[in-house]
Ligand binder design. Structure first.
Ligand code: SF4
Ligand code: SF4
Length: 181
């Protein structure tokens, strides 16, 4: 019993000395100092490798998002001829659980060599980014890899109407303000 009491007294004395000498404070400061010193010479992944700091310089530099992040929608064009890859099948609109896609189309006569076929042609495409929950169901349903959710997350607008992206915005993307140093 006496030995237990002596040990407890020693522990209390040790804790008192640590507090008086602010040892825990200096231990914490050493961790901060170590990371700051490393930041001065260690190159960063991405961003500006010459800038020895850990924090991201958004919006001066594009912010990094995870590989599987789903953001702003895009309608992809055929890289060979620049025409839309959308065949106006309406599958994306049908599968969307919150009805935020509207596909407009017309049946037009399209000449294919000697033949003249009637084909559904895309006229309008509306994507309401304010209602979308980025579940990716529409992208998975798209048979032509036309619809895509990109890694862009800058969807804020000044007015509600700006949330409704039309075909032109979906094909060209938004012109974001880019800040320079
Ligand atoms: S990501 Fe989901 S919620 Fe958004 S448009 Fe596609 S299906 Fe609809
Ligand atoms: S599913 Fe794809 S091809 Fe069909 S209407 Fe939607 S974007 Fe166009």
């Amino acid at each position: 019993m006496q030995a237990v009491k002596t040990q407890a007294a020693k522990r209390t004395l040790g804790q008192l000395i640590r507090r008086l000498l602010l040892l825990d404070l200096f231990k914490g400061l050493m961790v901060t100092f170590k990371y700051n010193a490393r930041a001065l010479y260690e190159p960063r992944d991405g961003g500006n490798p010459n800038q020895a700091i850990y924090t991201e310089q958004y919006p001066l530099e594009p912010a990094r998002v995870s590989e599987r992040f789903r953001g702003a929608p895009r309608l992809n064009l055929d890289p060979e001829n620049g025409t839309t890859l959308c065949i106006a099948c309406d599958l994306c609109a049908l599968v969307c659980p919150v009805d935020c896609i509207e596909v407009g189309s017309l049946r037009r006569e399209v000449r294919d060599g000697e033949k003249v076929n009637k084909k559904k042609v895309l006229t309008t495409f509306i994507f309401d980014t304010s209602r979308c929950m980025f579940c990716n169901l529409c992208v998975e349903a798209c048979p032509t890899d036309c619809l895509e959710l990109t890694q862009s997350f800058e969807l804020a607008v000044y007015h509600r109407a700006g949330f409704r992206w039309d075909r032109e915005m979906l094909e060209k993307g938004i012109n974001y303000v880019r800040y320079a140093k």
